[in-house]
Write a protein that binds this ligand. Structure first.
Ligand SMILES: [Zn+2]
Length: 254
């Protein structure tokens, strides 16, 4: 399974980084997770045709995770994509996503590619060759889904935005890799947890309890003026496995 990050910040963008989104590839299947920035450009830069990726997963309806949905769908219409696009999300996110597309008259009609919405509470989907996708609820300020993507060889969990979550620990138990949000330092634990976010130390604790091989940190809040390397050290105080600050566009094999 290949993992490629396009952005790893929280809601505030910087000169050289942008809102969290990434791609998971298990050839021939490719899944885009969250729609921020310039999704088609990101896919093209890693050699995935926008006409050919299989699915989009939207974790929740906060703007930094979903604002680029209209321009993604518009691109696919303009390049005359034929392949159906599956969109996995929870019900609240589905409702907001459809409102957003309706606003721009972008809900595809006849003669264009079909969108297959795969929505609900606990979603399990295994019709992408070589992959199984599960969505599960986490602890954020709005209805938000964590993601588990499994193949015969590896399993990957994404916490999305969440305060520390027992469900993430359960889903990530024995997984190959956990991508966990680390919005800030444990010095700001109370306020971050109240806002439905985790500290880097708590991301490390979750990785340790789950017994994963590798922890990727993301969703950094630059307003806290902490370098990701400091958050990495904080997570390493609780987790003795590999802790990675993702480099954008680097291909991670898990
Ligand atoms: Zn959020």
């Amino acid at each position: 399974m290949k993992l490629i990050f396009f952005g790893t910040t929280g809601a505030v963008q910087t000169t050289d980084n942008t809102n969290i989104s990434f791609c998971v590839i298990e050839a021939p299947a490719a899944i885009l997770i969250d729609a921020s920035g310039s999704p088609c450009q990101y896919l093209l830069r890693i050699g995935v045709a926008a006409s050919d990726f299989d699915a989009l997963i939207l974790t929740h309806a906060h703007p930094d995770h979903m604002h680029a949905l209209p321009v993604l769908i518009q691109n696919l219409l303009l390049i005359k994509r034929k392949k159906p696009l599956r969109i996995f999300c929870n019900r609240a996110t589905e409702k907001k996503a459809k409102q957003l597309l309706e606003l721009f008259s972008l809900l595809p009609g006849s003669g264009t590619y079909p969108i297959e919405w795969v929505c609900g509470g606990n979603i399990t989907f295994d019709r992408i060759p070589g992959m199984r996708v599960d969505l599960f609820p986490v602890n954020h300020s709005i209805q938000t889904s964590g993601i588990k993507i499994s193949t015969a060889r590896a399993s990957l969990i994404f916490s999305s935005d969440t305060a520390p979550s027992d469900r993430v620990i359960t889903e990530a138990s024995g997984a190959t890799a956990l991508i966990h949000e680390a919005t800030g330092s444990d010095r700001n634990r109370r306020i971050l947890n109240e806002e439905g976010h985790s500290t880097a130390l708590q991301a490390g604790e979750t990785a340790d309890k789950a017994g994963v091989d590798t922890l990727f940190l993301c969703h950094f809040d630059v307003r806290q003026e902490l370098r990701p390397e400091e958050l990495q050290r904080e997570a390493q105080m609780r987790f003795k496995g590999k802790v990675i600050i993702p480099e954008l566009y680097r291909v991670y094999e898990i």
